[in-house]
Design a protein around this ligand. Structure first.
Ligand code: E4P
Length: 221
């Protein structure tokens, strides 16, 4: 499973990229607004830090506008993935941009029917929003299971399932068990994935016992 980080905070991205576990980045207009920075400046910096796919979302809602914006975003860096919403115009733009060789991440997917349309439109990624579905009382992970099953049934569906709106490590574990290709993870959730109280307790005990030996690995021949 590939790990993308869901943020436009460049300091966070630099910090997490140093772990060697970051395969790509996703941004959206809300994350750009939260950063308080210039969209293009932020994208250029992110693309310099992370060589993998960096999703940048169009803000036009009509077909022509999305294609024009998508082409401008794609020209920024070779690793830009244009993000377009799951609307009729969004999927038309996805088809046009994908046919031109631009990678497209179709966002705001909330049903398997929408995911089928995105695959047929040539999307590189489909982003089903697990957490936002959970918030409505519908199990978001069931949608991931459905999409993975459908995509696996057709060889010509090459779209990757990018699990979005992730709220906790349980989302990642269950999506990984289903074979989802990618999860885009908020920084705090990725950091929480490292943690287990028994790891801390076990390490503390090992170090206490090691101290009793009076030995040092680096000072011995
Ligand atoms: C995906 O690409 C979106 O940026 C993101 O996962 C949305 O998550 P949210 O529901 O936490 O805003």
């Amino acid at each position: 499973m590939k790990f993308f980080i869901d943020t436009a905070d460049v300091a966070e991205i630099r910090d997490l990229a140093a772990t060697g576990l970051v395969d790509g980045i996703t941004t959206n207009p809300s994350l750009i607004a939260k950063s308080g920075r210039d969209f293009f400046e932020v994208l250029r910096e992110i693309c310099d830090v992370v060589p993998g796919p960096v999703s940048a979302e169009v803000t036009a809602v009509d077909f022509e506008g999305m294609v024009t914006e998508g082409r401008k975003l794609a020209a920024l860096a070779s690793n830009i993935v244009v993000k377009a919403p799951l609307t009729v115009d969004g999927l038309k733009a996805c088809k046009t941009l994908s046919d031109e060789g631009t990678k497209v991440n179709v966002t705001l997917c909330f049903s398997a029917a929408q995911a089928i349309l995105a695959a047929k439109a040539g999307a590189t990624y489909i982003s089903p929003f697990v957490g936002r579905l959970d918030d409505t009382g519908i199990d978001g992970l069931e949608l991931i299971a459905d999409i993975v099953e459908i995509y696996e049934a057709y060889e010509d569906f090459t779209t990757e399932v990018l699990v979005a709106s992730v709220r906790n490590s349980g989302h990642i574990i269950e999506a990984a068990k289903m074979g989802a290709h990618v999860a885009t993870i908020p920084p705090a959730v990725l950091r929480a994935m490292y943690k287990h109280p028994l790891t801390d307790k076990g390490l503390e005990a090992f170090l206490a016992d090691w101290a009793k030996t009076g030995q040092s690995i680096l000072s011995s021949d």
